[in-house]
Design a binder for this molecule. Sequence first.
Ligand code: GRF
Length: 192
Amino acid sequence: MEFNIAILISGGGSNMVNIVKASQKEEIKSKVLIVIADGPQAEGIKKAKDLGVDSKIINYNKLSKKEFEQKLLGYLKKKKINLICLAGFMKILSKEFIKNWERKIINIHPSLLPSFKGLNTHEKAIKMKVKYSGCTVHFVNEKLDSGEIIDQDIVKINDKDNEHSLRKKILMKEHKLYIRVIRKMEKINGKF
Ligand code: GRF
């Protein structure tokens, strides 16, 4: 099946750009119909516009969470979205919101979950001297970075690696992983 995808971002949006391009090149069947940022700091929004994707900013800091989610829902309904991809989206959606989108919101996290949930994952991985890290795409549930895992990829950490080099290595894997997961969901009609 093809999904009508919305991508939510807060930052640079390299995963978003990668998904949009895969869709435009028909490497995935699904279409990215809208990119939504939680504020003007999200540099990715300009990239989405340049790629010709409908893009909106809903300024989280100027609204209550409820108002933010109401606006978000308005856009999602208008575009008939049936898959929300979080890609560097730094806000936590409410339980009420997530409940209505069960198994229809996926997130990418730059660690091998359930290790290193939350922020500063690369710093934590380097500090703990883990030998492997990676990235995870998972369904979003009401607990942070805790939903069912859809797929993961790994990177080896060398002695020379630091936070910066690890982030770079993992991000390259993230781009491939997100596409693989969307393809997988298309194949099984999103029914895990
Ligand atoms: C990625 O590392 C993602 O896993 C995390 O935030 C980062 C976003 O990067 N949730 P980008 O905005 O897609 O470049």
